[in-house]
Ligand binder design. Structure first.
Ligand SMILES: [Zn+2]
Length: 425
């Protein structure tokens, strides 16, 4: 079997085929660093971390780009409310985000561009869109003309009349001056007096949100690449608009082969959101649970599913990840240098079978909920087998698949806190 991945645009799982001749391009829309991270963010970024790790496990080179939306309406509004410089606000939240993601054993991206560092590329794209008749300048703004793209809607599958209310909820301002259609979205706009501005052919101002990601992804991955990800709430209008801009500017289709979207988290029956006050914060969970417990909980769900958070499930994951760790510890005691035991050519049939099923599940659009029981079956063999060599092999396989692919730490040495516990004099 080989890897198949869902593509939101084609609305089906398709064989994954790299473009070839260079590393695989993976772009994930990152955070707008103006607020504290919640479990929904962690689900998105851990899901793409598993994809990143699995591609590498399969032997691919990957260029993973995740952006920082450090200038947009939300950033500037929050900075104004707090009376703080927007870049300082962004840096403060970025540090927290990176610390939390490190606790979740997230592999940092190859490139982590900031929107404020790429306004030149954004302007180049806007100029190309104007030239090719997909954009127009009006009243100091430049807008993308949605009616110039008959395919607008093919990602989200939304009919035109359903688009406007959703776009308006997610940042669109229908009555902006000079718009031909309320759905036309901003590429460039004048800045308010207290906002940052960059010189441009259309007057000083700042970019619209969607053009930021088209410019940053193309800057690092070229005009066409393999995988673009983000949370499902970015499908419309953000990613729909990214496709329209990118293909409109280059004339090349498809901009991206696989659009992959992580499901939304729900808590107490509603989508987790700041306005509903039902956020589960990553830092609060990490104060009570090890990173491995949170990560195990997240990968026990398929990345594309909507997840209803229950603390009891996280508690169960804490116990289950401890069992995996216990197997790794037993394997190390039995065979301290046992990483060679996982050579596929020398596996015991039971270990080979669980490994094959684990990998088949991963190949099937990263079906981690189906892969995880295979890992636990291996841990059960390790923890119960009287046969030392079999137990060691199963335990080392838990480490190989659990750590390298699912990104669990499975550390068997005492934690820093345990190690620093006072010793009797
Ligand atoms: Zn984006």
């Amino acid at each position: 079997m080989s890897l198949s991945l869902f593509d939101t645009r084609r609305d089906a799982v398709h064989a994954f085929e790299p473009i070839g001749g260079r590393p695989i391009g993976l772009y994930v829309c990152g955070v707008t660093p103006y607020d504290t991270g919640h479990l929904g963010h962690a689900f998105t970024f851990v899901s793409f971390d598993v994809l990143h790790r699995y591609l590498r496990y399969l032997g691919h080179e990957v260029t993973y780009v995740q952006n920082l939306t450090d200038v947009d309406d939300d950033m500037l509004r929050r900075a104004r409310e707090l009376g703080e410089d927007y870049l300082e606000l962004g840096n403060r939240h970025l540090t927290t985000f990176l610390t939390e993601m490190a606790s979740l054993n997230w592999l940092p991206p190859t490139h982590y561009p900031r929107a404020t560092q790429h306004t030149g590329q954004m302007q180049e794209l806007i100029a190309r869109l104007l030239e090719r008749g997909h954009a127009y300048a009006a009243a100091g703004h430049v807008y993308f003309e949605v009616d110039s793209d008959p395919r607008y809607g093919e990602l989200s599958k939304l009919p035109r009349d359903a688009m406007l209310p959703i776009a308006n909820e997610r940042g669109n301002i229908p009555e902006m001056p000079g718009k031909r259609n309320p759905l036309d979205f901003v590429l460039w706009q004048p800045s308010a007096p207290d906002e940052p501005q960059w010189p441009s052919p259309w007057g000083p101002g700042r970019p619209g949100w969607h053009i930021e990601c088209s410019a940053m992804s193309m800057a690092y991955l070229g005009e066409q690449f393999e995988i673009h990800g983000g949370g499902a709430d970015l499908i419309f209008p953000h990613h729909e608009s990214e496709i329209a801009q990118s293909e409109g500017a280059t004339g090349k289709r498809p901009f991206v082969r696989h659009w992959m979207h992580a499901g939304m988290l729900r808590y107490r029956g509603e989508k987790m959101s700041k306005s509903l006050g039902n956020l589960v914060l990553v830092r609060e969970l990490l104060a009570s649970f090890p990173g491995d417990a949170v990560r195990h909980y997240l990968v026990s769900h398929h990345y594309g599913d909507e997840v209803e958070y229950e603390e009891a499930d996280l508690e169960a994951s804490a116990l289950q990840s401890a069992r995996l760790r216990q197997a790794c510890r037993r394997a190390e005691e039995l065979e301290p240098m046992g990483s060679t035991l996982t050579d596929p050519a020398t596996l015991a049939p039971a270990v080979a079978e669980h490994r094959a099923r684990f990998l088949a599940a991963m190949d099937n659009d990263l079906d981690t909920p189906a892969a995880l029981p295979e890992l636990h079956a291996l841990a059960a063999i390790c923890n119960s087998a009287d046969d030392g060599p079999l137990a060691a092999q199963a335990g080392w396989m838990v480490r190989e698949l659990g750590a390298r692919i699912l990104g669990l730490r499975l550390v068997t040495v005492p934690s820093a806190r345990e190690a620093e516990a006072p010793v009797a004099a």
